[in-house]
Design a protein around this ligand. Structure first.
Ligand code: SF4
Ligand code: SF4
Length: 219
């Protein structure tokens, strides 16, 4: 999922300084799981904005705000509110904000669309509801098949592909001693799997042209 956290309140209020009538849009997907854009957080944002003199024209949570069809389904019955608002505030990832902007343009509207959240990475659930961890940087050229399913791009502080930097101490990373060294983890895992020969694989510098942005999936 996409990890998201609230922007500082003063940043949100600053973005909305010239807007009086606000339409608040959450997201029932990742932002709900991340506790930043579900119904509870939308209600909290409505209260915050009202206490700062804003008029909330409408507020709600599409099933997935990164998916244009769900956004259209959400907005269609609220068209008068969408036309009336001065700005739409989205509690969703950066993609969701842009899908909402796209939807307003499709309706022929020129609306200010602002983000209430910062997107902080591709997060995986480690302890449900409590702890999420970035494990994949979506590099477009996955090496997990040779690293025992542990990602050196994301879990090594330096993103090293060809073994450790030499600074690891007692299995911990020299950049952050609280963290395990990814290459120690990879070594131990490959040893347990009987695939230690994999550590002598030489990786050419990654071909980031495979990850040129914006990336697309075309079916
Ligand atoms: S190598 Fe790491 S960052 Fe790249 S796709 Fe695989 S898990 Fe993701
Ligand atoms: S100590 Fe390990 S995880 Fe940290 S930067 Fe060096 S190789 Fe990467």
């Amino acid at each position: 999922m996409i990890g998201t956290v609230w922007k500082p309140e003063e940043e949100i209020l600053g973005a909305l300084q010239n807007a009086k009538n606000i339409f608040v849009v959450g997201c029932g997907g990742c932002a709900k799981v991340a506790r930043s854009g579900g119904q509870l957080e939308v209600d909290k944002m409505v209260k915050l904005l009202e206490s700062n003199g804003k008029n909330i024209i409408a507020a709600g949570v599409p099933e997935r705000t990164c998916y244009i069809q769900f956004v259209r389904t959400f907005f269609d019955p609220k068209m008068s509110e969408l036309k009336e608002c001065d700005a739409v505030l989205v509690l969703g990832c950066g993609g969701a904000v842009q899908v909402v902007r796209q939807a307003t343009e499709e309706y022929g509207l020129v609306k200010h669309v602002y983000s209430g959240l910062n997107s902080v990475g591709h997060m995986d659930t480690i302890v449900p509801g409590e702890y999420f961890l970035e494990q994949c940087s979506e590099c477009g050229d996955c090496v997990l098949n040779l690293t025992g399913a542990i990602c050196p791009v994301t879990k090594c502080s330096k993103g090293l592909l060809n073994g450790p930097c030499g600074g690891s101490k007692d299995g911990k990373c020299e950049v952050d001693p609280e963290r395990d060294c990814a290459w120690v983890l990879i070594y131990e895992r490959l040893k347990a799997l009987g695939q230690l020969e994999n550590v002598s694989t030489y990786w050419e510098p990654k071909d980031y042209s495979k990850a040129a942005r914006p990336r697309k999936l075309v079916f």
